[in-house]
Design a protein around this ligand. Sequence first.
Ligand code: NCD
Length: 465
Amino acid sequence: MSLAGRSVVTMDDLSNDEVEAIFSVADEMSDSLHEQSSVCQGKIMASLFFEPSTRTRMSFEAAMLRLGGQVITAVDIGATSLAKGESIADMARVVGSYADIIVIRHPWEGSAKVVADYAGVPVINAGDGGHEHPTQTLLDLYTIKKERKSLRGLKVALWGDLKYGRTVHSLAYALARFGATILFRPAPGLEIPDHVVRKLVTEYGGELRRYGTAERPEAGGLFSLDAIYVTPSTPHQLAMMPDISLQVELEKGVDAIYVTRMQRERRDTAKGEGEIRRDYPVVDKRLLKEKTFKETLVMHPLPRVDELAYELDADPRSMYFKQAARGVPVRMALISLLLGSRKVDTGGDAKGPRIGKSHHVYDRGFGVRCQNRNCVSVNEEKYIKPEFKIVSLKPLTLRCVYCEHETFPKYVASAEWHEGTLKSKRYHSSESHWIKKIRPENLIIFDSESEAQSRGFLPGKHAES
Ligand code: NCD
């Protein structure tokens, strides 16, 4: 099936074969960058960038111009009707009637999905808050593939702000799917979120190992306090080794180290994340002298601040400017494929790939809200119905379909209450046996007792866990 007419909101919107197909079109395009000017002639791309951007916006726009298309652009929420209180959905409908494809960057997690749901034309997520940035991942993977010739069996270290770095989240998902071992080296307090790790484990079959601990960071060495993720393609190779063997394994070297800046704009000052950190890990000449990094590609999505020393710019291992340059052919390939101006057949069906497990969806639209205050579903609740994948029953875990943050609601009830009499309309603790007894399609979920009671439910015998 072709990519024509589809949107790319998360990495899960592309199969591994489609990623490889995009790369082969990108290869062709980069070999003849100046001969593509009739590919998207007559097409218009809207580029909506409601957060700062240099590389992503300009490379998307350069890509469309090189393809012979035209660009309309908005770069400031304050200059659009969103500032007058217009919803993202209304904006999407309108812009979708002006342009053939939309590229959007917005500070709310899940915002690109809403644009894709309403625009009626292909939408590309150029970064939605701290959630995902799939086209950055495409050019990151493309760079690794160019330098290492293959995407299979890689060992990649993710470095810096793993909590709010959306590029890191998309990259981790993609690497896992290609069978990589991922090492995490977060700045203290900016560890990879649990929901991201859980998705790596449950959807892509990974295995999580913790080597260092707060009490014994030396067990992790360079990757102290860190988790290591091993996919089934390297079964238990690291996982079965004692702590010390990790060092032996690391000495064999890592393929790439992916450095990120602290995402200051996303920090939660209420949680004390506001202050400048002196313990943010820095990548410099001294670090790269470690045996582990002898042949390591040094990558960064840019912009850099203090985490990556300028002294490395002339080092042949440094890839960051190459990455940025490759953004153009990769985005040319993606735009032309989504517009149907270029075609590749990679199997699959028109709706796009089915990546990961299928889960029952809780879409009653009441009872439970996403707990992430930066989620689009919380900020545009007038028309967005909360929707969650039920990813686990014990403990009850819901994954928001917009931002993918998890919530752990405490109460459940059945839509089929016994004998249909009001007095048996009861809610129960989600930790009680009821969670297994109620059929998924009958499940009603509440995040508080007051929510359950406001819907006319009474506490059951097992309302307490
Ligand atoms: C990244 C982003 O916007 O998430 N930049 C980019 O697109 N190249 C990384 C960052 O801003 O730190």
